[in-house]
Design a protein around this ligand. Structure first.
Ligand code: NAD
Length: 466
């Protein structure tokens, strides 16, 4: 049997080519790629290798969403002519499945890090000098240091997390399905948990301060999602700000700016994630910061020579795959490979609620700002055979610079997250509608909808009305 445990080794020479502070998606990707390129690497992690994504974020949340999809499939099976009954949600069983997924990925990752000869150090690291990290009194020096300490779930001033006030950290480990939940924040985390709990049978109300759900997305996506949420019985209040909340033994009372009060069993606070930088010694060591974030140039260099930063502590999308990409970039940069910089506009985004929202590139509003005139087209999934088979609704919107390439793809519907792979190739390779229209898409797939949308944008719509 191969030994898959991570070797904690702090007794050897502690000087390395590279010291990485933080073993989340960005930190470990950087470590793996740097080791592959022949660099000696120290990877410092205070909690668990894999970080937020693996233990408190992407992976467990998507496992919950998968269980939610199974519940919905059982609930709505009769529309496919299959008789079944949803007897209930066994949260112990759901959590066992979810924890099993995480454990499997964790074990695999530990094995990878161990097999690449990375010096994995468990402990709380502090950046003490441009070439040094201190871990519980032991100093690790490196010719290069990468800061990758990630983010934490924020709350509002005066709203202390505890008891019935929870963030995604606690929401992931509930051992019961609440009857009623108020979700504070209609961003990514808010709508994903609203979706899970609704599928599990809860009464959910989302409160969002801005005028629409998923406000960072194209407003087409917000409209589509809001329509779908109404159909699902997920309540939401937009342009509604939460000003405070109280809790008792029996429930929570959430106060809105309008004076309205909402009662529920739980309040999920999903108002964004803050950078984990306050206690890592960055500003004391002279790293240039702004509002807690570490500032870098487009090659992820901080103002200190030999010191770099990546992931959620660097302003931009707080997404695991951005961190992975930045980690690989930095390993190659440090190894002198001169990699191309990452185009932040080309990073795909998927919100895994039901229906899913997936996008890449610019929203229509952003494209108008950048290019002036733009063309858009919306293709309804009602014209796509596979989507009708799945009984999903939704649409795809394309944005192009007039007479130019496609600069934005925005999709809403079941499983559209899986379409973002093709969408990101289109945007990142600066494809023209005619380029994509000429490609044959397999039938019947949902990918065909992307092909059809490009046919329409190229002026030759096939399965489209109007
Ligand atoms: P977010 O920034 O996406 O959404 C927070 C929302 O809370 C905003 O829309 C904001 O307007 C609203 N808000 C803030 N104060 C409010 C108030 N007083 N009353 C009402 N609404 C208020 O943040 P999030 O959803 O917490 O997610 C955090 C980060 O994690 C995001 O960057 C997100 O992209 C990332 N994430 C990504 C995924 C994914 O890719 N599927 C999943 C989960 C989280």
């Amino acid at each position: 049997m191969p030994d898959t445990s991570v070797i904690t080794n702090s007794s050897r020479d502690t000087s390395a080519d590279l010291v990485i502070l933080g073993g989340g998606s960005g930190g470990y990707a950087c470590a793996l790629r740097a080791a592959q390129l022949g660099l000696t690497v120290v990877l410092v992690e205070k909690d668990k290798l894999g970080g937020t994504c693996l233990h408190r974020g992407c992976i467990p949340t998507k496992a919950l969403l998968q269980a939610a999809e199974v519940a919905d499939t059982a609930r709505h099976s009769l529309q496919f002519g299959v008789k079944t009954a949803l007897d209930g949600i066994d949260m112990a069983g759901v959590n066992k499945y979810k924890d099993g997924v995480v454990a499997k990925m964790f074990k695999g990752l530990q094995g990878l890090v161990s097999s690449r000869g990375i010096d994995y150090v468990e402990g709380t690291g502090r950046f003490v000098a441009p070439n040094a990290v201190d871990v519980d009194g032991q100093r690790y020096t490196g010719r290069h240091v990468v800061l990758a300490t990630g983010s934490y779930a924020r709350t509002l001033p005066g709203l202390e997390i505890g008891g019935r006030f929870i963030t995604s950290d606690q929401a992931l480990n509930l051992d019961y399905v609440p009857d009623r939940v108020v979700v504070l924040g209609g961003g990514v985390i808010g709508v994903e948990f609203a979706s899970v709990w609704r599928s599990f049978g809860a009464e959910v109300t989302v409160v969002e301060a801005l005028p629409r759900l998923v406000p960072a997305e194209d407003d087409f996506c917000s409209k589509q999602l809001e329509r779908a949420f109404r159909r699902r019985g997920i309540m939401f209040k937009t342009a509604a700000r939460v000003t405070g909340a109280t809790q008792s033994e029996s429930g929570v009372t959430v106060s809105l700016e309008s004076g309205e009060q909402l009662e529920a069993d739980l309040l999920l606070v999903a108002v964004g994630r803050g950078p984990n930088t306050a206690e890592a010694g960055y500003s004391e060591a002279g790293v240039r910061m702004e509002r807690g974030f570490v500032l870098t140039d487009d090659r992820l260099h901080t103002n200190l020579a030999g010191v770099y930063a990546l992931g959620d502590i660097v302003p931009g999308f707080q997404l695991a795959h951005r961190g992975f990409a930045q980690g690989i970039f930095l390993a190659e940069e440090i190894a002198g490979r001169k990699p191309s910089t990452i185009d932040e506009d080309g990073i795909p985004r998927v919100t895994y609620c039901e229906p899913q929202v997936a996008s890449v590139g610019l929203t229509e509003a952003q494209a108008r700002q950048r290019y002036g005139e733009v063309e858009t087209i919306t293709y309804d999934l009602a014209g796509n055979g596979k989507s009708v088979i799945l009984q999903t609704r939704g649409a795809i919107k394309l944005v192009r610079a007039t007479n130019g390439p496609v600069v934005g793809v925005h999709m809403v519907g079941d499983r559209v997250g899986e379409l973002v792979g093709e969408a990101q190739l289109i945007v990142n390779w600066e494809a023209y509608p005619d380029d994509v229209a000429a490609l044959v898409h397999a039938h019947p797939t949902q990918n065909e909808a992307l092909g059809e949308a490009h046919l329409a944008l190229a002026g030759k719509p096939l399965h489209a009305h109007g």
